[in-house]
Design a protein around this ligand. Sequence first.
Ligand code: NAD
Ligand code: 89V
Length: 344
Amino acid sequence: MAKVKGALIGCGFFAVNQMHGWRDLPEVEIVAVCDRDPERLKIVGDQFGVTRRYPSPEEMFADGGFDFVDIATTVGSHRALVELAARHRVPAICQKPFAPTLDDARAMVDAADKAGVPLMIHENFRWQTPILAVKEALGSGAIGTPFWGRVSFRSGFDVFSGQPYLARGKRFIIEDLGIHALDIARFLFGDVDRMTARTRRVNPQIAGEDVATMLLDHAGGVTSIVDVSYATRLPEEPFPETFVEIDGEKGTLRLGKDYRLVVHGPAGTCEQVVAPNLLPWASRPWHNIQESVALIQKHWIETLAAGKEPDTSGRDNLKTFALVEAAYLSAGRGETVDLAELLA
Ligand code: NAD
Ligand code: 89V
């Protein structure tokens, strides 16, 4: 059977995980890679044996010969690259965060729609094994209808050594990491009507906020807290684990340290470890994130073949990205922000 051919733009820090994920899918072949940095282009081209290498995305698209493009560059280039893919009618995956602004994100969804090609945002945290286990437990009805939730990521891990640009942006934790936690909150509790947020910068060496506390009113009636911090020094560093707490009308669910999931309800208390698999190319503590890359890529290939919209399509991810915008607006103004107004 003919392989699905892909091309990748951006051969940086995270793209290496994406290349490993693609290599593990027997039905996929990455036929071309692109990076404006010749050193990164060579490292990734050599490591994964890709001979078609381009310093410019325009040149790569002009040559063509691929069925989809995987955009793994940082946010400033996302709109131009998705629009370029749309002009060439090539289905595209774009890394989070979607775009610098909500207007850019909307324009990207429009461009893909007009071209009639799928657009998926690489929002992988909801594909983590422990988060999928939480979703399944919630869906089983074991704790009844949820009325309260918390999605929490608190760490003192040095993310700046691998991703130095994170220290320089005026926006930091909500845009980079909070976006994942907000997407998990949407995944578990549904869309959001109102957002109230507070932010802080504790680390004086960075430009953006490294702590955020967000209160979400979900349309279905759940109230949730999404709290994220890179200024939290714990006796045992939990990076990159996301903890989840849910109270339901009949019981409770807790996903805690070392992927321990406790579901308590009328049928009793069930405790299990829902640890991610350590893929052969993965390394601790990143393996949870790395496995979710492989899972979202599999989902992309399945939806592409079936002509279905991916779960984290551009259209869906507009609602997650709007939460990021709402959080910054709310924290800046000290007010609650109405999502319907923002998305109108
Ligand atoms: P990086 O800076 O290490 O890599 C980006 C690469 O893209 C660089 O090599 C750069 O030269 C190249 N590039 C940028 N613009 C380009 C353009 N227009 N044409 C060609 N090449 C270009 O960044 P990173 O840490 O790998 O992050 C990339 C993206 O991945 C970001 O959006 C980041 O938020 C996201 N990310 C996602 C996860 C996740 O779990 N989903 C984890 C880490 C990073
Ligand atoms: O997932 C991410 O976007 C990464 C990290 C987990 C380090 O924040 O930037």
